[in-house]
Structure formats: structure tokens, C-alpha cells
Write a protein that binds this ligand. Structure first.
Ligand code: NAP
Length: 349
């Protein structure tokens, strides 16, 4: 198949760099446009970006010129957006209106009534909201979003539990990595020897996004899942990898071994379709009493698997466990690339 031309908006940032890494030698996509703010536009990528990932900037990318974020100046069919939310709010609709498929990481449109908020293993059928969106907005392109980085890590394990046993109430406490706040996000003096029990807007995102993703698409809108959910979000001094402790109440009383089996056996549409970025298994269940841990488990299956451990009985609700995943891969750029692969497979682009 001919490769599809793609661009990355916000290419110099933490998530933008992950996009560059994941799109290198991609079988469906050819990355041929990089864009960022006026600060970076006109410079070679290697001069504009402070590369923070392991390994070097790919040779093909380092001399590429960073452009301004302008739909008239970029040539691509899909744009991956790693823009701050406020910037995304203004810019993404201009791209969609101009006919681009926008795969966005930003929070700006995730909860929009006609905007798919996708985890391809969980709600691939929500992709059909694209037609609703294009009809209602008169766009040739569309905006497709992936969830907040904390939402992905828990919604993946919720899916098999929700489908098999129902979920009625949930408590979540997150321990979120520094890269989740971007390179200049949290000063070292604020986080070394410390943790910060507040991440602006994060608890609200987790508490609402899960319900939309687990909701039912009725052909015109989403009927949200009926789950009561409470989240505490904390920033900790880990570079990559969000860890989340979860306690939940199931609708049907269930044995812990049945929960583990449902998690272990779970696969979704990306696995069936063998999409290039899909991990062989989206959920890994570990039995050691001290796993998962960020340094040991965040890179599992290329950073695209969520690792679940310490699955045990909860004395107040029914079951509790720990979930961990790579926030800039499964929680951001990898999630968006997987969404785009689904778009291609479903012939939406
Ligand atoms: P970041 O490191 O701060 O990078 C921001 C990028 O946006 C840079 O390329 C920057 O370009 C560009 N930018 C900033 N202001 C701009 C403007 N006014 N006009 C055009 N471009 C502008 O942020 P990040 O962590 O990569 O996050 C990007 C987005 O992904 C955010 O919406 C974030 O909430 C979301 N997200 C992040 C994660 C994560 O784990 N980090 C996970 C899920 C979702 P310059 O370098 O030229 O300034």
C-alpha cells in the first residue's frame, strides 16, 4: 500500500518526540511535516527541539524544517496533534474543516458530543461518530481523540471486568510521572524529596472520560456508562509511567481468579486486525507481590501494554489492583497512532 502522509503538530514537545520515534519506519505512515510554535518555526528540527528520548533524533528528521501550524502550509492527510489544550482548541477545528483527519492528544475536544474518544481495544465502534461529526459540522476532515494518560491505564482493565461482571463504584488514586506535565511542567525543586497531591483538571478528566469510553454509541450519540467514580490524582518523582491503585465494586459477585482470567484473556479489535502498533496483549497480569513498578514495567510490549498486579479482595468494595502504563506511549503518542491505524483499517481516511 502507498504510505499516507502525516504531520505532527507540537513536534518539539514531550509527546511530539514520541510521535517522531513511533512513526519512524511505520508501515502505513510517512512523517513528512513537523510543526510547532513561532519559537521553533523556520529552524531545523535538531535546533528547535531539546531531544529527551533515548537514542538520537532519526537522521531523516534532524534537518527537517519545523513549520508554523497552518493548514494551508502543511501537506498531509492525517495530523497528529500534541499541542497544549488551549492551542488545540483554536487550531484543530481549522485542520478538520480543511479536510485533515486530526488525531489529537489534547483535552480540548475529548468530551465533545460528536467527537470520538477512542481506545481501539475498548470502543472501536465509536469511530462511526466521525460521520455524525462531519454531518453536523460540515467538515470534510474530523477530530478523533485519545484519552488523558491516566484514563487509558484504568479503562483498559475496566473493559473486560465491566463486560463480564458489571462495575458500579470505583476509587482510583494515581501516581503520575513528570513527563505527563511536559518538559517544563514541574520544576525539580518542587518534586525532588516530595510529591504533589494536585494536578489541575486531572480528576475531573478521569472521572468523566471513563464513562464516555465505556458508554454505548446509539448511532447518533453516546449513552454514558452508569458508574460512580472518584479519583485522587498525584504527581510523583518518576520520569515515565503512571501507576494507579484501584478499588472497585462489581455488579455481580465474583471470585478474584475470575477477574484475573478476564484480564488475562482480554484482547480487542487491534489485536484481531494485527494493527502495527497493537501490543500482542493489551493487559499483562503479574503475580509478584511488588509489581508493577514504573522502571520495570512501563516499557512492556513496546510501552503499549498496561501491566496489572496485586489483584486481590477489597474489604470495602469487591476487588483492588494496581495498574501501570507508559504515559507518553500508551497514554499519548502510541494511543494516537493506534487510533490512526484503526482509521486506515476502517477506511475513514
Ligand atoms: P510540551 O512538552 O509542553 O510540548 C508542547 C508542544 O506544543 C511543543 O511542540 C510546542 O512548541 C507546541 N506549542 C506550545 N505552544 C504553542 C503555540 N502557541 N502554538 C503552536 N505550538 C505551540 O507538552 P506535551 O507534554 O508534549 O503535551 C502535549 C499535549 O498532549 C497536551 O495537550 C497534553 O495535555 C497532552 N498529553 C500529554 C501527555 C503526556 O504524558 N505528556 C499524555 C496525554 C496527553 P515549541 O517547542 O515551539 O514551544
Amino acid at each position: 500500500m502507498d504510505k499516507i502522509n502525516v504531520a505532527v503538530l507540537g513536534a518539539t514537545g514531550m509527546v511530539g518526540q514520541r510521535f517522531i520515534q513511533l512513526l519512524e519506519n511505520h508501515p502505513f505512515f510517512e512523517l513528512n511535516e513537523l510543526a510547532a510554535s513561532e519559537r521553533s518555526a523556520g529552524k531545523k528540527y535538531s535546533h528547535a527541539a531539546r531531544w529527551y528520548l533515548e537514542g538520537n533524533i532519526p537522521d531523516r528528521i534532524k534537518d527537517m524544517e519545523v513549520k508554523l501550524i497552518d493548514p494551508e502550509k502543511l501537506k498531509a492527510d492525517i495530523v497528529f496533534s500534541a499541542l497544549p489544550s488551549g492551542v488545540a482548541r483554536e487550531i484543530e477545528p481549522r485542520f478538520a474543516e480543511a479536510g485533515f483527519m486530526v488525531c489529537s492528544n489534547a483535552g480540548a475536544y475529548r468530551m465533545g458530543e460528536d467527537i470520538p474518544l477512542l481506545i481501539p481495544e475498548v470502543n472501536p465502534e465509536h469511530i462511526d461518530m466521525i460521520e455524525v461529526q462531519q454531518d453536523s459540522r460540515g467538515w470534510d476532515g474530523a477530530i478523533i481523540t485519545n484519552p488523558n494518560c491516566s484514563t487509558v491505564m484504568i479503562t483498559l482493565p475496566f473493559k473486560p471486568i465491566y463486560d463480564s461482571f458489571g462495575i458500579s463504584r470505583v476509587f482510583i488514586s494515581t501516581m503520575q510521572a513528570l513527563s505527563g506535565a511536559g518538559y517544563n511542567g514541574v520544576p525539580s525543586m518542587a518534586i525532588v524529596d516530595n510529591l504533589i497531591p494536585f494536578i489541575k483538571g486531572e480528576e475531573d478528566k478521569v472521572e468523566t472520560e471513563v464513562l464516555k469510553i465505556l458508554g454505548k454509541f446509539n448511532g447518533s450519540s453516546i449513552e454514558f456508562a452508569d458508574i460512580k467514580l472518584s479519583a485522587h490524582c498525584n504527581r510523583v518523582g518518576v520520569i515515565d509511567g503512571h501507576t494507579e491503585t484501584v478499588s472497585l465494586e462489581t455488579q455481580e459477585k465474583v471470585d478474584i481468579e475470575e477477574i484475573k482470567k478476564a484480564l488475562r484473556d482480554f484482547t480487542g479489535e487491534p489485536q484481531r486486525l494485527r494493527l502495527p502498533t497493537a501490543p500482542e496483549k493489551p493487559i499483562i497480569v503479574r503475580e509478584e507481590q511488588d509489581r508493577p513498578q514504573p522502571r520495570l514495567d512501563r516499557d512492556a510490549l513496546g510501552g503499549m501494554a498496561v501491566t496489572v498486579g496485586r489483584v486481590r479482595k477489597d474489604p470495602i468494595l469487591d476487588v483492588k489492583f494496581v495498574a501501570l502504563g507508559h504515559n507518553t506511549i500508551r497514554g499519548a503518542a502510541g494511543a494516537s497512532v493506534l487510533n490512526a491505524e484503526l482509521l486506515v483499517n476502517k477506511k475513514k481516511v
